[in-house]
Design a protein around this ligand. Structure first.
Ligand code: HEM
Length: 286
C-alpha cells in the first residue's frame, strides 16, 4: 500500500512523516480543549475560528514552501508541498463541518446562509477551489492535464486572496491578524514575481521585507478607511512608531528579516575543523 511516509521502494521518509504528524497537532489541541471544557460557553464557535485560522495558516505555509526551498537551499522541502496543501483542505473542510454542527445540521439553512451572506459565499468558493486542487494534486492528474495542471494550480494565489477577504470581513473591528497574514501573502507573491537570479539575493530579500511591511500598513489603512468609521490616519501613524507596541506591519517586517537571517546563516559554510568533529562524533555514536 502507498502511504505518504514511505517512498515507492518502501523506505521511511522522516520529513514527510513529521510534516504529516504536525498537521494533526492543532486539531488535536482544539479537540482536547473542547473535551476538557477549556473553550468557554460557545465551544463550537471557538473551534470554527480555530479551524479557520489553521486553514489560512496552512494555506500560507503551502505557499511558503517553494521560496523556503530556494532561499534556504533545501530542495527536499518540496516533497512536503502536497501534504501541506491537503492539510489546508482538511482544516477548511472541518471548518465547514463545524459550521454545519453549529447550525444543528439544518443543511437548508447552511446552504441559504452560504448563498445570502457574501463572506460565506466567498469562503465556499475557496473551499471548492481547494477541493479541486486537492483532488488534482496527484502525479496521475498532473500527467493527464499536462501544462494545464500548472495553470490550474496557480489558482491558489486567487484562492488565498479570497480567503483573506473572508477573514477580514468576519473580523469586524480588529483586523490585526488578517493584516499580518496579508503582508506575508504579499511577500510570497512578490518573491515569485522576482527574476530567478534575484530570488536568493539577501539585499533583495531585505527590500522585500520593507515593501511587504508597507503593503501590510497600506492594506490596514485601506480597510479602516473603507470598512470602518475609525480614522485610518491614526492607525497608520501607529505603524510609523513603536510607541504603541508592535503593529501588524512591524511583524511582517520582522518575518521578512527572519528570512534574511536564516538565508544568511544557511550560507555560512561549516568550518573544516567542526565538520571533522561532527563526522567523528556521528561515527562514535554508531
Ligand atoms: C463554506 C465555507 C466556509 C464557511 C461556511 C465559513 C464560515 C465561517 C464562519 C461562520 C466564521 C466565524 C464568523 C464569526 O464568528 O462571525 C469563519 C471564520 C473564519 N474562516 Fe471561514 N468559512 C468557510 C470557508 C473558509 C475557508 C476556505 C477558509 C480558509 C482557507 C476560512 C477561514 C476562516 C478564518 C481565518 C476565519 C476567522 C477565524 C478567527 O477569527 O480566528 N473559511 N468562517
Amino acid at each position: 500500500m502507498i502511504v505518504p511516509w514511505r517512498d515507492r521502494h518502501g523506505r521511511f521518509l522522516p520529513l514527510k512523516a513529521a510534516v504529516l504528524a504536525a498537521g494533526f497537532i492543532p486539531g488535536a489541541v482544539l479537540a482536547f480543549w473542547w473535551a476538557t471544557g477549556a473553550l468557554g460557553g460557545r465551544p463550537v464557535t471557538e473551534v470554527i475560528h480555530g479551524t479557520g485560522d489553521w486553514a489560512i495558516r496552512y494555506l500560507l505555509i503551502s505557499l511558503a514552501i517553494t521560496p523556503a526551498a530556494r532561499v534556504l537551499n533545501w530542495p527536499r522541502l518540496l516533497t512536503v508541498r502536497r501534504i501541506v496543501g491537503l492539510t489546508t483542505l482538511a482544516y477548511a473542510l472541518s471548518h465547514l463541518t463545524l459550521y454545519t454542527v453549529d447550525q444543528n445540521f439544518r443543511l437548508g439553512v447552511v446552504a441559504s446562509e452560504i448563498v445570502l451572506r457574501f463572506y460565506l459565499t466567498i469562503g465556499f468558493i475557496v473551499l471548492v477551489g481547494l477541493a479541486v486542487l486537492g483532488v488534482t494534486s496527484t502525479n496521475g492528474w498532473s500527467r493527464r492535464l499536462g501544462h494545464w495542471w500548472k495553470r490550474l494550480h496557480r489558482a491558489i494565489y486567487v484562492l488565498g486572496a479570497i480567503a483573506l477577504l473572508h477573514y477580514f470581513i468576519q473580523s469586524k473591528s480588529n483586523v490585526s491578524e488578517p493584516v499580518f497574514f496579508s503582508g506575508l501573502f504579499a511577500w510570497l507573491l512578490l518573491w515569485r514575481a522576482l527574476p530567478m537570479a534575484w530570488q536568493r539575493s539577501l539585499a533583495v530579500q531585505l527590500g522585500l521585507a520593507v515593501v511587504a511591511a508597507c503593503i501590510a500598513a497600506g492594506i490596514e489603512f485601506a480597510w479602516y478607511a473603507l470598512a470602518t468609521g475609525i480614522n485610518p490616519w491614526r492607525v497608520l501613524a501607529a505603524s510609523e512608531t513603536l510607541r504603541f507596541g508592535l503593529r501588524p506591519a512591524h511583524y511582517v517586517a520582522l518575518a521578512g528579516l527572519a528570512v534574511v537571517v536564516l538565508a544568511a546563516l544557511r550560507r555560512i559554510k561549516t568550518p573544516m575543523w567542526l565538520r571533522g568533529r561532527l563526522v567523528s562524533s556521528s561515527g562514535a555514536g554508531g
